[in-house]
Design a protein around this ligand. Structure first.
Ligand code: SAM
Length: 262
């Protein structure tokens, strides 16, 4: 049983998981997550800026600077799992040279649709491809990508262990796996402010901007249910990834996890 499958009181079964603070059958979580992102897709990006006060841009830039796509024409293929509207992929191809290409894989057609429109508007449609796919069963060949990323996506995937194993499978040996995800605030005082902001303000902000408070209630609850960084690091190791490490960012609001496939 993975930590994601344990119920809040620790009395979970392998067939249960959680959707925010609710315990739900594992088989139902994906449908519920899909409803959330269908509902918010059109306003997802503007809400990200508002909710994080623009910080998600800084965190994604740090991820890309750690990825270091080559500046030359050397081919470099990124797979961005649960890539949504394309942020990480756009930043990666913009930071890299002419040989850098990205594939956004996401289960949600609504999020991908917004991503395709953004790629066209940025003139990046020939360097960023959008593929509808489940992270638990990636439709790509073994050892086909130079790097694999997932940003704010893994906590939404019902079987995180399967997704991590798939991310390892499609990586070339020596390739880097980077996971950006909410984490545990470790600065005294900031935790109380962060809790108040998350639970008292974000759902209301979500209602104003997207007309949907519930999806943002799920968001803040799912952040609290995500395992501590050392527990998630162990899941990465169990998926066969090596040199697993993480860096807390912004007082632990977010962590950047990294690993390689040997
Ligand atoms: N990575 C993007 C970003 O940082 O802006 C989007 C993150 S968004 C919070 C989470 C994304 O995970 C959504 O686009 C959702 O559709 C996707 N997702 C959820 N479950 C998935 C799954 N099983 N396979 C692939 N994508 C999934």
């Amino acid at each position: 049983m993975t930590p994601d499958q344990v119920t809040p009181d620790g009395a979970g079964t392998p067939t249960d998981t959680h959707f925010g603070f609710r315990t739900v059958p594992l088989a139902q979580k994906q449908r519920m997550v899909d409803e959330v992102f269908h509902s918010v897709a059109k306003r997802y990006d503007v809400m990200n800026d508002l909710m994080s006060l623009g910080l998600h841009r800084v965190w994604k830039d740090l991820l890309v600077s750690k990825l270091r796509p080559p500046k030359s024409e050397r081919p470099f293929a990124l797979l961005d799992v649960a890539g949504g509207t394309g942020d990480v992929s756009f930043r990666t191809v913009e930071a890299g040279g002419a040989g850098t290409r990205a594939t956004v894989a996401d289960i949600n057609g609504g999020m991908l649709g917004v991503g395709r429109e953004r790629a066209a508007a940025k003139g990046l449609a020939d360097r960023v491809e959008f593929v509808e796919a489940n992270a638990e069963e990636l439709p790509f060949a073994d050892r086909s990508f130079d790097a694999v990323t997932i940003a704010f996506g893994i906590r939404n995937v019902p079987r995180m262990d399967k997704a991590l194993a798939e991310m390892r499978r499609v990586l070339k040996p020596g390739g880097r796996c980077l996971v950006l995800e909410f984490s545990r605030v470790d600065v005294p005082g900031l935790d109380a402010i962060y809790d108040t902001y998350s639970f008292k303000l974000i759902p209301g902000m979500g209602k104003m901007v997207t007309g949907d408070a519930e999806s943002y209630q799920y968001l803040v609850e799912s952040i609290r249910r995500f395992p501590a960084p050392e527990v998630f690091a162990q899941l990465m190791r169990e998926a066969g990834l090596k040199r697993v490490d993480w860096t807390p960012l912004t007082g632990g609001i977010v962590a950047l996890h990294s690993a390689v496939r040997i």
